[in-house]
Design a protein around this ligand. Structure first.
Ligand code: ADP
Ligand code: F6P
Length: 483
């Protein structure tokens, strides 16, 4: 693909504005010797463009009251990274509070009750203002500033009020909710005002863009015109407001992964060796099922475990032939809903193993930890059935990672209809995870699927993922922002 070979801040966007990235977390981890760049598809996709355009990266180091924030920029991978300082109480109120106890559940179908604390909102506003001030100070003239995700929705307008020369993009990695849910937010107008400071807002799905358009019309009397018919997955809408010359374009830009990296690691010798030893260590089961998620209540891990347990209870799966590996990354443990979710999942694992395990052979192998890619990819390769069953998910990259690693064109993906990935991966076994019987049937169908059908579905999904990788996503967004 021609458009993948040029750095987005330069050639393929037709000009050479410096590219500045702002995201809640900086892509760095502290090591004994200083800082190391943290891997991740987004980082790998954007770093070359940031570096080649003389750009910068702005975010929090992940550490409370980090003194690194006072020491000037961190220089890594040839770019300047600016640490935004956050105190322990700001992490509690801005990150755990407003971002992950107010916005996160509300934007995910209100799967849990949101808290609406005025103190949390105030911290969110203050931290967003801090990000905007740093961006206003460090962005070179005429830069492109790309702000990421729901933690920073006020930044676009706060930055625009200080710098009219920069072009501002915003990408929402999580769903944007329907108006009926969004309007519950006491600070709904401020959030929409904040986002409308951007020149371009990207959403994972067309539905997210439409939901945002509806609240802009309803709350701020904005006018929205899409350049085509509703339902077109690529179309761009233009939002204007009475008395303002500034317009904001909106549209779907489904994110993806660094397919090349996953393919390369999947093909490596160490992966191949680990795959065969893994199957042996799991007791040579006929079918290995796998779940890999952050331990988030949106991911539907509990329903998945219950469905697996019920299939064993009903004799539709056999504990001697079918095992489930569930890897759950610790996440946001300062938020009550997450602690409760962990307790429930671990109770279910204990209950199902208590019922069906044999000495030395659990039916569920559960890991509450983060894995390196070197450990994760062999799991994807050994899994005959991958279970991705969120109740709501902006995209779900795990689904795409599984497909990218299946160089053997085998393996079955069971995928929730309520993920962004389901728009593209239509050859998965699609399922409504709220429907317990449908979930059981989908798992049974996947386990029993004939080799020929597995291959044809996986080939179709692989060609889609290979074509639409993360470079393609970044290039499309940045070209649209520059245009
Ligand atoms: P979310 O952004 O909500 O966490 P995604 O599925 O879109 O969900 O992305 C999750 C990312 O985290 C993927 O890149 C996946 O490989 C990684 N990941 C998830 N669980 C683990 C784990 N236990 N160890 C290492 N990486 C993980
Ligand atoms: O995809 C949503 C998101 O919140 C990202 O912004 C973030 O990188 C990821 O999930 C992990 O969340 P956190 O930074 O809260 O650990």
């Amino acid at each position: 693909m021609g458009e993948q070979s040029d750095p987005p801040g330069t050639a393929q966007s037709g000009q050479s504005r410096p590219l500045i990235i702002a995201a809640n977390r900086l892509p760095v981890t502290r090591t004994e010797d200083g800082w190391a760049a943290s891997p991740g598809g987004l980082v790998r996709a954007l770093l070359p463009s940031v570096r080649d355009s003389g750009g910068k990266w702005v975010g929090w180091t992940g550490i409370a009251d980090d003194e690194a924030s006072l020491d000037g920029p961190i220089h890594l991978e040839g770019i300047e990274m600016h640490a935004v300082p956050l105190s322990a109480s700001e992490i509690e109120d801005y990150y755990e509070g407003f971002s992950n106890d107010t916005l996160w559940p509300l934007y995910h179908d209100a799967l849990r009750d949101s808290g609406y604390g005025a103190g949390d909102w105030e911290a969110y506003r203050i931290v967003n203002q801090r990000f905007a001030n740093i961006l206003a100070e460090i962005a070179p003239p005429d830069a492109m500033v790309w702000v990421h995700d729901y933690q920073l929705q006020l930044v676009p307008a706060m930055l625009r009020s200080q710098r009219t020369d920069v072009r501002i993009g915003f990408f929402n990695h999580i769903p944007f909710p329907p108006s009926e849910l969004f309007v519950r937010l006491p600070w709904r107008n401020e959030i929409v005002e904040g986002l409308l400071g951007a020149d371009l807002i990207g959403f994972q799905r067309r539905r997210g863009a439409e939901n945002f358009a509806a609240v802009a019309e309803q709350l701020l009397d904005a006018t929205v015109e899409f350049d085509d018919q509703p339902g077109d997955s690529r179309s761009i809408g233009v939002i204007s407001r009475p008395g303002s010359a500034h317009v904001t374009r909106i549209g779907p830009f489904p994110i993806s992964i660094d397919v090349g990296e996953f393919e390369e690691l999947a093909a490596g010798r160490s992966t191949r060796q680990r795959v065969s030893s893994l199957r042996t260590r799991l007791g040579e089961p006929e079918v290995i099922l796998l779940g890999v998620d952050r331990l988030d209540y949106t991911k539907g891990i509990g329903s998945r475990l219950k469905a697996f347990g019920a299939l064993l209870d009903e004799g539709r799966l056999d504990p001697e032939r079918h095992v489930l590996v569930q890897v759950a990354t610790p996440t946001r443990e300062g938020v009550d809903h997450y602690r409760e979710e962990r307790a429930e999942i671990e109770r279910l694992v204990g209950e199902i193993n208590g019922e069906h395990a044999r000495v030395g052979y659990p039916v569920i192998h559960y890991f509450h930890r983060s894995l390196s890619l070197e450990d994760l990819i062999p799991l994807y390769r050994v899994a005959d059935v991958m279970l991705v069953t969120p109740f709501r998910d902006g995209m779900n990259l795990v689904a795409k990672e599984y497909v990218a690693t299946r160089l053997d064109h085998d393996g079955v993906l069971v995928l929730s209809e309520f993920t962004g990935a389901a728009d593209e991966l239509t050859d998965a076994v699609l399922v409504n995870p709220h429907d317990d019987e449908a979930l059981k049937d989908a798992i049974e169908t996947a386990v029993a699927m004939h080799r020929h059908e597995r291959r044809s579905r996986m080939e179709a999904m692989r060609s889609l993922v290979v074509e639409h990788d993360v470079d393609h996503w970044a290039s499309r967004f940045l070209a649209e922002l520059a245009g």
